[in-house]
Design a protein around this ligand. Structure first.
Ligand SMILES: O=P(O)(O)O[C@@H]1[C@H](O)[C@H](OP(=O)(O)O)[C@@H](O)[C@H](O)[C@H]1O
Ligand SMILES: [Zn+2]
Ligand SMILES: [Zn+2]
Length: 224
């Protein structure tokens, strides 16, 4: 699919061993692709695995910096993929197999930072287990900088479910299909979500379906 190839091209650029510094432009473009659902977190992480395991120290480190940016910018759907047992096992192996000292150190820093950021959410237990296991293995984690663990960017709300339209209450069925507004996440009939808009605040640059109420809210002239 084109989007996947586009993502892979961006990842090649952002993890080139010829880079002198992080390619933030390509990195943020990849984050946007994930945030607007063009790229699934699982696909992104699988592509990243190869780069993280690279023999080249620059490629491996830049891949870790890309991962750090995705965790900061792509929200809960990405966090849930990051903290699956499978990916935590991959991170555990990487910490033991990478030949690059700076990659291992950065990895320890990130695992600790993410644990702090997700400390209140039991859904991310596998990451907590990973950190405890690594501590038992004698890994020395760096001093935690709480400021590193503040993830700021807004992400689109999760989609609600329901049997009737959130706005006009019509009953869903074979001839009355469900639709979701990307701005509020509520479920609506086709008539109540016939409009589209970009949602820059959620990193969505393409026109996506929004409900009438959200459309009116977005179109309101912003108070000067
Ligand atoms: O058409 P269906 O087979 O009912 O599937 C629905 C479409 O995928 C809707 O996408 P859309 O919001 O972009 O229309 C989605 O919001 C609903 O949850 C799905 O149930
Ligand atoms: Zn409706
Ligand atoms: Zn809405």
């Amino acid at each position: 699919m084109f989007r996947n190839r586009n993502f892979e091209t961006l990842l090649e650029k952002a993890t080139s061993h010829l880079l002198m510094e992080q390619d933030l432009a390509s990195t943020l473009q990849m984050c946007d692709l994930i945030r607007q659902d063009d790229i699934q977190p699982k696909f992104a992480l699988n592509s990243l695995k190869k780069k993280l395991s690279s023999e080249n120290p620059h490629t491996a480190l830049y891949a870790l910096l890309v991962l750090e940016s995705m965790v900061k910018n792509c929200g809960t759907v990405f966090h849930e993929e990051l903290t699956t047992k499978a990916f935590c096992d991959f991170l555990h192996d990487l910490s033991k197999t990478t030949p690059h000292e700076n990659v291992r150190n950065k990895l320890l820093e990130l695992i600790q930072t993410w644990n702090f950021a997700f400390r209140k959410n039991p859904k991310h237990g596998a990451l907590k287990d990973l950190m405890n296991t690594m501590k038992l293995e004698g890994r020395k984690f760096p001093v935690l900088r709480e400021s590193d663990a503040m993830f700021s960017s807004d992400t689109a709300p999760e989609w609600a479910d329901g049997d009737v339209c959130h706005r006009c209450r019509v009953q869903f069925g074979m001839l009355q299909r469900k639709h979701h507004c990307r701005a509020c996440g509520q479920v609506f009939c086709g008539l109540c979500t016939s409009k589209t808009s970009t949602l820059p605040k959620y990193g969505i640059e393409k026109e996506v379906r929004v409900c009438d109420a959200c459309y009116d809210e977005i179109m309101k002239p912003s108070s000067a």
